[in-house]
Design a protein around this ligand. Structure first.
Ligand code: UT7
Length: 349
């Protein structure tokens, strides 16, 4: 029994901010951002649009390409770190928007590493006979935590220049604010009678490092939200970028070596490394550590930034569309994100 990818889709909200646009609202430069991250531009959802809206659009495209009607899906796995509401998570909302009421849906809360967990869950559900056609969605609307206020001014559409206080506030969070962009990807997978699909997984979590990337606000506070908390910027994630960088560069190559050993394949035999796109320099360092040529590690961070749980499904759709992802390939997925959660998976397409 195997698992095949039968359709992929992506959706990026129309509003797009270049690095130069970001220099209108905080102390940064287009060159710094590009040199330190590889990012040139990112998309942002507009006010009133949530991760579930973006996810639903990507899902509809994936279903259309898979030639599958929504009612043929028997399980939905939706990952985000920016849910429309504190609860419930967006999985059921994506299901409703796509037109699959009653289909079981699960929220996956593993941030940038979600795809590896989604794939493992899909494999387990298929191999235990619980499901045969699954829709996997990764969707993010980070715009809500960006540290500036006047979006029109950011896009150069009028508005008013930030006050010195607003400028200072946004600049304090610039390491975070330059990195993330909004978007969604979706993948339809189906049980097959051959041996395609997941070959091995190496997964880890370590909550001792939760403080490296987290939103300070939450249900430990009574009430869980106050005006003071907003003043203290507890809605904006705190990120220790350098530390996260170090963890990613140390842990991801180790995980790839482990997953290859588990599957009995050499790193050279892997056709494509489909990696989370947190920062192009992270993937460059991982590539160097594993001695993998650049052409085997596709990148899409330049035009869309770090789309967290959306990243790998979006990249999969791009690779399918361009013909780079072909049947029979050995693909290694790898990702690390807030939690910490990290790991890799080997998949035969
Ligand atoms: O998606 C998964 C989770 N996230 C990650 O994996 C993020 C991983 N980390 C990173 O991508 C990088 O650490 C960042 C892009 C966030 C930051 O890059 P860095 O090379 O680690 O910079 P840094 O924070 O060490 O800062 C270096 C310098 C500092 O100036 P001084 O103290 O050397 O004078 C910063 O103040 O760069 C300054 N800086 C900036 N300058 C202009 C930091 N952010 C900016 C900015 N524009 N946006």
């Amino acid at each position: 029994m195997g698992l095949a990818i039968i359709g992929t889709g992506r959706f990026l909200p129309p509003d797009r901010a270049t690095n130069q646009d970001l220099t209108r609202v905080m102390d940064t430069t287009a060159e710094w951002i590009e040199q330190r991250t590889g990012i040139q531009a990112r998309h942002f959802a507009s006010d009133g649009v949530g991760a579930s809206d973006l996810g639903a659009e990507a899902a509809k495209e994936a279903l259309r390409k898979a030639r599958i009607a929504p009612e043929q899906v028997d399980y939905l796995l939706v990952a985000t770190m920016t849910p429309d509401h504190h609860f419930p998570g967006p999985a059921a909302m994506v299901g409703a928007k796509v037109g699959m009421p009653g289909v079981p849906s699960l929220d996956v809360r593993q941030q940038c590493a979600a795809w590896i967990y989604q794939l493992q869950l899909a494999h387990a559900l298929v191999h235990t006979g619980q499901a045969s056609t699954l829709l996997l969605v990764g969707c993010e609307a980070h715009a809500g935590f960006m540290p500036w206020q006047d979006w029109d001014y950011l896009y150069g559409r009028g508005g008013s220049a930030p006050s010195p206080e607003a400028w200072e506030r946004a600049s304090r969070h610039r390491g975070l604010a330059i990195l993330f962009g909004d978007g969604a990807g979706a993948v339809v997978v189906k049980r097959t009678d051959d041996d395609r699909g997941l070959l091995a997984v190496d997964l880890h979590s370590d909550g001792r490092h939760v403080d490296l990337l987290f939103v300070p606000g939450g249900f430990t506070h009574r009430p869980y939200w106050t005006k003071e908390m907003l003043d203290e910027e507890k809605h904006i994630p705190r990120m220790m970028g350098k530390e996260l960088f170090r963890h990613a560069v140390a842990k991801l190559p180790e995980s790839v070596r482990t997953v290859c050993a588990k599957a009995g394949v050499s790193i050279d035999q892997v056709d494509l490394f489909v990696a989370h796109q947190a920062n192009d320099r992270i993937n460059g360092a991982v590539r160097t550590a594993l001695r993998v040529p650049a052409e085997k590690v596709p990148s899409n961070i330049a035009q869309i930034g770090n789309t967290s749980a959306g990243t790998i499904p979006i990249l999969l759709d791009e690779l399918t569309e361009s013909g780079r992802l072909k049947p029979g390939m050995l693909v290694c997925f790898l990702a690390l994100g807030a939690g910490l959660h990290w790991g890799s998976a080997l998949f035969r397409t």
